[in-house]
Design a protein around this ligand. Structure first.
Ligand SMILES: [Zn+2]
Ligand SMILES: [Zn+2]
Length: 266
């Protein structure tokens, strides 16, 4: 349990998320107020620079397109004003790091960057040979498991990609907070592993520290049926505490009722 009440949610989605709910911005903000929050950031998924997986339908479900995201910016601007006396609302994006598509990602970030007040850099995809797989879906995770042979090697690949994301040059608007760094544990109840590669995790934490980045203490894992933990856990959690990395809680809510949820847990 935290002694200090968490009053900021740094990771919230919106009605524009294709895999989320249609809950309105007002519903999210009203729930944040009920939770006693004083500051929130809408971090909708940033559009992708191009198609990088063959299944276009699937990719379209992952993030809004460039046209939709303009509406998103407009709506957050409005909601920000509407609630300005009640709560601080930041305009943000959750930016996907896609290994090999840094240039395109940087181009988009350069165009949206001037509007951004906060944001996240997250890894959902790993590169397997010359294809990409989303590891937060069971099918993708299991394909990776087949490709790499062991759960440990899948974790290695995820953390190597995360390290690359942290070190990547995505331009001056690159977000400073690492989204759900332990997302790879999403299926830990199905594929249990006590990950031991402390060296790799410590390198990640050192790189976060040297850039003065923050981590997203993401409570969504508690709600995932095969996870049951927060996505900053175990050795990784000890390391970020040891290195004094700044933690910002995030609900990763895709539905209003999840805003600010489980912030009393650690
Ligand atoms: Zn999402
Ligand atoms: Zn995410």
């Amino acid at each position: 349990m935290n002694n200090k009440k968490i009053v900021r949610d740094g990771h919230m989605h919106s009605p524009y998320c294709p895999h989320g709910t249609k809950d309105s911005f007002e519903m999210y903000v009203d729930k944040a107020l009920i939770e006693g929050l004083e500051e929130i950031t809408f971090t909708e998924h940033m559009p992708f620079p191009c198609y990088f997986i063959d299944d276009k339908e699937f990719q379209d479900e992952c993030a809004p397109n460039e046209e939709v995201i303009e509406k998103y910016f407009k709506d957050v601007e409005e909601i920000k004003l509407k609630y300005k006396d009640k709560i601080k609302i930041n305009i943000g994006l959750e930016v996907d790091f896609v290994d090999g598509y840094e240039e395109g990602t940087k181009r988009l970030l350069n165009s949206y960057g001037p509007k951004l007040e906060d944001g996240l850099i997250s890894v959902h995809f790993i590169k397997m040979g010359d294809e990409y797989v989303a590891i937060d879906g069971k099918e993708g995770f299991e394909r990776a498991l087949e490709f790499y042979g062991t759960t440990e090697k899948v974790y290695d690949k995820y953390y190597e990609t995360l390290l690359k994301a942290i070190k990547s040059d995505l331009g001056e608007y690159k977000p400073h907070r690492v989204g759900h760094p332990n997302l790879i544990r999403i299926f830990n109840k199905l594929y249990p592993l006590e990950y031991k590669n402390k060296e790799l995790l410590e390198e990640i934490v050192r790189e976060i520290k040297s850039r003065n980045y923050e981590v997203d203490v993401n409570t969504a894992g508690l709600r995932k049926p095969y996870c049951g933990e927060i996505y900053v856990s175990d050795i990784f959690k000890h390391l970020i505490d040891e290195y004094g990395i700044k933690k910002v809680y995030g609900s990763d809510s895709h539905t209003a009722s999840d805003a600010g949820r489980d912030f009393d847990k650690e």
